[in-house]
Write a new protein. Sequence first.
Length: 202
Amino acid sequence: MAKRLKSDMFLSDNDVKKGIKDGSIVIRPFNPKHLQPVSYDVTLGNEFEVNNRHATTAIDPVNKIYPDTRTVKVKDGEAFILHPGESVLGKQREFIGVDRNHLIILSGKSSLARIGLVVHNTAMLFNPCHYFYPTFELVNTNNVPIVLRPGMTIAQLLFARLTSPAGRTYKETGRYGAKNSNHFAEERRPAPKKKRVVRKKK
């Protein structure tokens, strides 16, 4: 008979440190200064995925039609300007994951929420045995640009213990690889591009 795990819900800083030590929680690199009482602060990476809105007519997820995008890489010490109403994808710098007895929840920082920065729209749950560099869904809801810099604290992770080990893990159900290089579904069709109208000279 499988041993039933004690359900403590969200893990404290002491529990997270124990998880790091026994391997049930992975955070690389791990910085003790980023460990909060019940969460861990994560930082923004150097890669952003930006929509080519002038080349995209529409997004149709049911038919796997996604926007035409381009990757923008920003060096440490430089800045990425997120304009009002703009939505981009950004990479997390830390590599993370948990075993089949835990899950991870992504949460924003109140200091950034107050300036209008959203770090996730709906994708806030990370499944057991999903080891990867998470993608942020960054949106500027303010009416002025927001300066984003690689290495800045961008969000926080909460860790929870399941009441029993997951029967199926992300390895069986997931669609993104460890490198998470593809932000969208693996099988996708590009969105139809706008036709350029060429006017004949009179």
